[in-house]
Design a protein around this ligand. Structure first.
Ligand code: 13P
Ligand code: SF4
Length: 319
């Protein structure tokens, strides 16, 4: 007898099934702006890291499906120990999170006992558990400014965000040497050539980019702030230095404006400014993940409890 596997066949069928399963299972789909367009369109909420953490803290769904990378799903689990948190591809990691491994990070923190540890949300639960306050690119300046001036600060793991914060706050931050492979890969020569072709375009960038890129930027901000900027600014053209997935939501908000993704160096995996970790989540994997409620993201309870403290500090400071 022929064995028929009942799975969707077209993208439309996948999308319909995802919506049906989401409702049936009382699941909420949270997606980052770097996810592929169809996943963003299916999501109950699309946002930056701060917005996504806030939504994870508010939800009354039974299941959180995180269309993002592993540290984001882990953050949702830290906040919601009693909910099931699932991630379409459990290998969707982050080069920045990988740059801070628990052993060396502990040595670094232990070597500077007079410093408090402000950690960017792009890190593992174990690193969060060794931190005093978490920040995102949306609130990092405010978080640093909320700390008394005479208090020494470690800022980790992104050295580019760290240097940007030193510049913005005038504080002497002790930086960890990590970076995002996508934001490090923007090609200055190609950006300058592109600007010659589009002289009226405003160049805007994410603070994970290198200092030479930030120095030529008309505006620097998190994904959410970049979105707001193109809506509020009078310019009709923009070159945007962050992961190219953001252009989907941006173009929806400003359909009449010309938006160009900043090009990456040729030695980057695709020279297309895409994060291959973010793009590991596909419609097919999202469907399978919701149907089977797998892969599940879990955090050991002792680490979760410690990691929750700096995360709650951040959420309290960002109300
Ligand atoms: P935000 O969306 O918070 O700006 O973060 C960008 C990023 O690189 C997430 O991995
Ligand atoms: Fe990590 Fe960079 Fe990808 Fe964001 S864009 S998930 S920081 S590697």
């Amino acid at each position: 007898m022929e064995h028929v596997i009942d799975i969707p066949k077209t993208r439309k069928e996948y999308m319909e099934e995802i919506l049906r399963l989401k409702k049936e299972k009382n699941a909420v789909l949270l997606a980052h702006y770097y996810q592929e367009a169809d996943i963003q369109d299916l999501a109950d909420y699309v946002g930056d890291s701060l917005g996504l953490s806030r939504k994870a803290a508010e939800t009354d769904a039974d299941i959180i499906v995180f269309a993002g990378v592993h540290f984001m799903a882990e953050t949702a689990k830290i906040i919601n120990p009693n909910k099931k948190v699932i991630l379409p591809d459990v290998n969707a990691g982050c080069s920045l999170a990988d740059s801070a491994q628990p052993g060396p990070f502990k040595e670094f923190v232990d070597a500077h006992p007079d410093h408090i540890v402000v950690t960017y949300i792009n890190c593992t639960a174990e690193i969060k558990a060794m931190s005093d306050i978490i920040c995102t690119s949306s609130n990092a300046v405010d978080i640093i400014n909320s700390i008394p001036k005479d208090q020494k600060i470690i800022c980790a793991p992104d050295r580019n965000l760290g240097e940007y914060l030193i510049h913005q706050t005038g504080r002497d931050l002790l930086l960890w040497d990590g970076a995002c492979m996508v934001h490090e890969a923007f090609a200055m020569d190609k950006i300058l050539d592109l600007h010659k072709e589009h002289p009226k375009a405003k160049f805007i960038a994410h603070p994970e980019s290198t200092q030479n890129i930030l120095r030529i930027s008309a505006f620097v901000g998190s994904t959410e702030k970049l979105l707001n900027f193109v809506q509020e600014d009078d310019s009709e053209e923009f070159i945007i230095a962050t992961e190219a997935g953001i252009l989907h939501e941006m173009q929806k908000r400003v359909p009449h404006k010309k938006l160009i993704a900043a090009p990456a160096k040729d030695d980057n995996t695709c020279a297309c400014s895409e994060c291959h970790y973010m793009k590991m989540n596909t419609l097919e994997k999202l469907y399978a993940c919701l149907k089977n409620e797998l892969p599940e993201v879990d955090v050991p309870e002792d680490i979760r409890k410690k990691a929750l403290v700096p995360l709650e500090r951040m959420l309290d400071l960002s109300k």
